[in-house]
Design a protein. Structure first.
Length: 199
């Protein structure tokens, strides 16, 4: 009987935790729109594309262009941030057919990582993904606890990393700086992507 009560309590607790994996798909769509805009204009506009409700960061690395998108939720008790970092090679951004194929790959990988994220939140099981988590305690002027987790597919495929962070600190939610690794692209900079070679 005691086991049944414990199992019921666990089920109710798991059901009350919101799934966040579905949040990755709009972020993936937003990233793909950014890549399409760059394909069309050869520059990063510095603004999220039309219909994209996420914050956007674009950086250029030797392997290609990385786009990080994220969204924040805030309540009186805590904040939650879900983010997605996606990469395309220069040749993919330059060629529309390659870009469309890469976009489909980003969506598929984001959906797989989303299932892992939901499983981590509910069962602490990363399924097919790898993940890395940190927990930070703040004292002094800023009180509270922050949890940050990175999730990715360790299969040698395209770089897609999801971030899931939450906490009860009072400070405004910061950008997911842990996903940034390159140099931010200034708006209007010509990328010369048509001259990039295939690997």
């Amino acid at each position: 009987m005691r086991y049944l009560i414990w199992l019921t309590s666990l089920f109710i607790l798991a059901a009350s935790i919101p799934a966040r994996g579905a949040d990755l798909l709009p972020l993936a769509d937003c990233s793909i729109k950014v890549f399409r805009d760059i394909n069309r204009s050869h520059v990063w506009s510095g603004k999220p594309p039309v219909g994209c409700l996420a914050d956007v960061y674009v950086d250029k690395r030797p392997a290609g262009i990385f786009v990080t998108t994220w969204s924040n939720d805030r309540s009186e008790q805590r904040w939650v941030r879900v983010s997605l970092s996606a990469a395309m090679g220069f040749f993919e951004v330059a060629d529309r057919k390659a870009l469309d194929k890469a976009g489909r790959d980003i969506k598929v990988r984001a959906a797989r990582i989303g299932r892992c994220l939901d499983s981590i939140i509910r069962l602490n099981d990363p399924l097919e993904c790898r993940d890395y988590a940190t927990k930070t305690y703040s004292a002094g002027e800023e009180l509270g606890v922050e949890y940050k987790r990175s999730i990715w597919l360790d299969d040698g495929g395209r770089h897609i990393v999801a971030g899931y962070a939450y906490g009860d600190t009072e400070v405004a939610v910061s950008p997911p700086a842990d996903l940034f690794g390159g140099t931010a692209l200034p708006p209007g900079m010509n990328l010369n992507i048509l001259f990039s070679d295939k690997p």
